[in-house]
Design a protein. Structure first.
Length: 172
């Protein structure tokens, strides 16, 4: 069995809130929920007032920073769509890899007796994931990507490295 671990860049400043509204609608959330986030997070204006002086209105986009109570919920909803598309791609391509998601940390897990097949499953699924995250304007931290091999063999196990150089850094 092999796992490939990768991180998504702390992405909330670039989160596409229009897409998030579409996700809320597609997931059959009450329209008030989508409207709340759209009105609260996007195209907000403010002005400062002091004594008799008032500034002009200027744009502020509130955004949800990483670590706030809503950040985990919003990221789970946002990433769920990407992972759904990812799983459909894997089914179509008949790649037996599954993914575990922990907000902005992901695990791709593959099982096969042959290391070369494991590496090809992981490489293909990682390329698909990279492509999808890029299309949704999210960044993966390729430099933090790691591969772990697990074996039942009771002898020395030397795994060959998985070369992800074409889409990021080489992974050992």
């Amino acid at each position: 069995m092999s796992t490939l671990v990768f991180d998504i860049v702390q992405f909330f400043p670039s989160l596409n809130y229009q897409l998030l509204s579409l996700i809320f609608n597609k997931a059959s959330f009450v329209p008030k929920v989508s409207l709340f986030f759209y009105n609260y997070l996007v195209e907000r204006k403010t002005q400062y007032s002091w004594n008799n002086f008032s500034s002009l209105f200027f744009n502020i986009n509130v955004r949800v920073s990483q670590g706030l109570a809503l950040s985990s919920i919003l990221s789970a909803l946002y990433i769920a769509l990407i992972l759904h598309i990812f799983e459909n791609c894997l089914k179509i391509l008949n790649i037996p890899v599954f993914i575990l998601s922990f907000v902005d940390d992901e695990l791709l897990v593959a099982q096969n007796k042959l290391l070369t097949i494991l590496n090809s499953f992981l490489f293909c699924s990682y390329q698909i994931t990279s492509f999808l995250f890029e299309r949704f304007e999210l960044m993966m931290e390729h430099g933090k990507t790691e591969v772990f091999y697990f074996s039942r063999l009771h002898r020395a196990f030397n795994s060959s490295s998985l070369n992800l150089l074409s889409i990021g850094d080489p992974t050992l």
